[in-house]
Design a protein around this ligand. Structure first.
Ligand code: GLP
Length: 263
């Protein structure tokens, strides 16, 4: 796991967008795993800018979102479908059939989850998966206690998640109580993973998942088992890391470290 501490949210957003743009340049038909929440918003704005000003081409890109609230139609303003179209998709040249999100209003959610997994496989798997993290250490909606081998499925939301996400709804009572989410096992199959975190509300969960034990109580800790994970954190989110100085030393001496990989 490469942990990179970045001074502020703006730079974190730029770095995130640059990594996604590099992936698209490398492979124009990349399969991207995308996330919702406040944290990726800056990166999505930067990707839109790169599209408009530098011609970043999304025409062959395929995207799979992590999750969707159960019971919300794609047009509901609180749905993740709505969030993604408003904040990125409608501003770039992505082809609508290449956009995949779980659907919250399907008649048979379990069959839909299997279908979703099959679509990811059919497209050859996810090249780069973007993740945020919940204040309880969740990735996607894999709440504490989720199996680290879990696949796309229905999940009941944690009380803390409902409280955290109430800001996207008029009233906390409106937050759905369950969601369809990619599983931890699904996420771990992505070839590369980029987790981003910002702000002091994430400091405890970041210290837990980066430096604590691998545990179902902090589902992001499963990323310790993946061979290609980059974590970008701003100073506030990094505040509780024990080995902060070590990560900063590597960041500041990268050329030296690369010359002496055994160091
Ligand atoms: C939701 C999403 C997660 C996201 C988390 C953090 O719970 N299901 O994928 O990482 O929110 O969101 P924010 O970036 O708004 O803190």
């Amino acid at each position: 796991m490469e942990v990179i501490i970045i001074p502020d949210y703006q730079e974190l957003s730029r770095r995130t967008a640059r990594m996604i743009a590099d992936q698209i340049h490398l492979k124009p038909g990349s399969v991207l795993g995308l996330a919702t929440g406040s944290t990726p918003l800056g990166a999505y704005q930067e990707l839109v800018r790169l599209h408009r000003e530098e011609g970043l081409d999304f025409s062959k890109v395929v995207t799979f979102n992590l999750d969707e609230y159960l019971g919300l139609s794609p047009r509901h303003p609180g749905s993740y479908n709505h969030f993604m179209w408003e904040n990125i998709f409608k501003h770039v040249n992505i082809s609508p059939p290449n956009v995949y999100l779980p659907e919250g209003t399907v008649d048979d959610p379990e069959a839909h989850c299997s279908w979703y997994e099959a679509q990811i496989a059919k497209h050859g798997g996810i090249d780069l998966q973007l993740l945020g993290i919940g204040s309880n250490g969740h990735i996607a909606f894999n709440e504490p206690g989720s199996s680290l081998a879990s696949r796309t499925r229905l999940k009941t939301l944690d009380q803390r998640t409902i409280k955290d996400n109430a800001r996207f709804f008029d009233d906390a009572e409106e937050v759905p109580r369950s969601a369809i989410t990619m599983g931890v096992g699904t996420i771990l199959e992505a070839r590369r993973i980029l987790l981003i975190a910002s702000g002091e509300a994430k400091a405890a969960s970041c210290a837990d998942f980066i430096e604590g034990p691998v545990s179902t109580l902090v589902t992001a800790s499963a990323l310790q088992l993946h061979a290609d994970v980059v974590v970008l954190l701003d100073e506030e989110a990094a505040a509780k890391l024990e080995r902060k100085e070590y990560y900063n030393w590597i960041r500041d001496h990268k050329s030296e470290v690369q010359k002496h990989p055994g160091a």
